[in-house]
Design a protein around this ligand. Structure first.
Ligand code: PMP
Length: 394
């Protein structure tokens, strides 16, 4: 007898998320669907060596339960890394290790969301964040985006009539559009948070993957009044399989979040935490980042070039300076949801734009991830997409 799912579950379900994972394994299909790091960026050899050394040195410490908030030396390393790479000042006691930043989103939901709360989000936004917040039965305040990210003036106008509990933003190299919030808009958003008394949840999963120009300043680095809860992750820059992410907040919020963390899963895997810790302690992250950025830049350029060559003139797409994603908008009647099955039959896959919207919208858009394919696959996959669009007269 099947357990009857709750209303919370019904709200959480999003078929698009399931489809993304399915599309990864389709034989013979070039998939631009998943926001996954490329297999050749995963440092398997180093991990094998570190895991062996860590277990040999302190097997009991690894295999026993550990502290809820995280492994002490890792908290210190993250604090130092944030200072160095993001100019974010955060004491180790303000950092909480989470099992990926995905868990931090849920943890925030459990910590502070009540049914009916208003959550402002960029539109389009990270679809799993929508699923997570939806499971707390919130209402969304979708804020449209343009080439400089969230239109903060639209948010400002809405604030005359309502106050969100928080604004969730992937301000840098956004998922799904690849665009970044302009610096002036960052300042304005922070001032609004101060003036209107809401928080910002800054999800910075892609900030370290900057391929061109300067990495935009993290909102947290500009935050003088403690309005920003910052989420970081090692998934895109070391390995998503290790499941190590973190949340940075004031001490009191962090202590409360630790209570939720303990209820959720006691603590994040000791072995994973120590592997990441050693990787940072030994100074491996910076050379590794340089290496993988160079690979992703080649892929991004390959995709931009292929789009120019194969897509019709009326198509528009973003030109991300970092991260994994390009957002494509096609003219008029194009329906990316209807086009996907045919695209898969022809040998390529993407995520239809609708999945990233709170309600309607995005039908003529799609998200392409260049991270997981080779430049040759990228050229071939985009050629297939271009052919499909032409054949259907879209
Ligand atoms: N936030 C964003 C914007 C993401 O794109 C992702 C991964 N797709 C995550 C959070 C979750 O990543 P993880 O839980 O692996 O850290």
């Amino acid at each position: 007898m099947v357990l009857r799912p709750s209303e919370r579950f019904e709200k959480m379900e999003n078929p698009a998320a399931r489809e993304i994972f399915k599309m990864l394994d389709l034989p013979g299909v070039i998939s631009f669907a998943g926001g996954f790091p490329s297999n050749d960026s995963l440092p398997a050899r180093e991990m094998e060596m570190l895991a062996g050394e860590i277990l040999a040195r302190d097997g009991t410490g690894v295999l026993q339960y550990g502290p809820v908030a995280g492994y002490g030396p890792l908290l210190e390393n993250i604090s130092a890394w944030l200072q160095k790479s993001k100019k974010i000042t955060a004491a180790p006691a303000e950092v909480l290790i989470t099992s990926g930043s995905q868990q931090a989103l849920d943890l925030i939901g459990k910590l502070c969301l009540e049914e009916g709360d208003l959550v402002a989000v960029e539109e389009p936004t990270y679809l799993t964040a929508l699923q997570t917040f939806n499971s707390y039965r919130v209402r969304f305040l979708p804020i449209p985006c343009d080439g400089e990210g969230m239109q903060v003036d639209v948010l400002e106008k809405s604030l005359a009539a309502c106050r969100p509990k928080f604004v969730y933003t992937v301000a840098t190299f956004q998922n799904p559009t690849g665009v970044s919030l302009g610096v002036d808009r960052r300042e304005r958003l922070l001032r609004l948070a101060e003036e209107h008394g809401f928080h910002l949840i800054e999800d910075n999963a892609y900030g370290d993957l900057c391929y061109e120009g300067e990495e935009p300043p993290a909102l947290k680095s500009l935050d003088r009044k403690g309005r920003v809860v910052y989420l970081g992750s090692f998934s895109k820059i070391i390995s998503p399989g290790l499941r190590v992410g973190y949340m940075v907040a004031d001490r009191e919020t962090r202590a409360k979040a630790a209570v939720v963390k303990q209820v959720l899963d006691v603590h994040t895997s000791n072995l994973s935490q120590r592997i990441v810790c050693e990787f940072l302690s030994r100074g491996c992250l910076e050379p590794h980042l340089e290496n993988i950025r160079a690979g992703y830049l080649r892929k991004r350029d390959a995709m931009l070039e292929a789009l120019k060559r194969h897509l019709p003139r009326q198509a528009e797409w973003t030109r991300p300076r970092g991260g994994f994603f390009i957002w494509v908008r096609l003219p008029g009647a194009f329906d990316s949801g209807k086009a996907l099955p045919e695209a898969i039959l022809r040998g390529m896959a993407f995520v239809p734009g609708k999945a990233f919207f709170t309600r309607d919208g995005g039908q003529n858009s799609l998200r392409l991830s260049f991270s997981g394919s080779t430049p040759e696959q990228i050229h071939r996959g985009i050629e297939i997409l271009g052919g499909l669009i032409r054949d259907y007269g879209w």
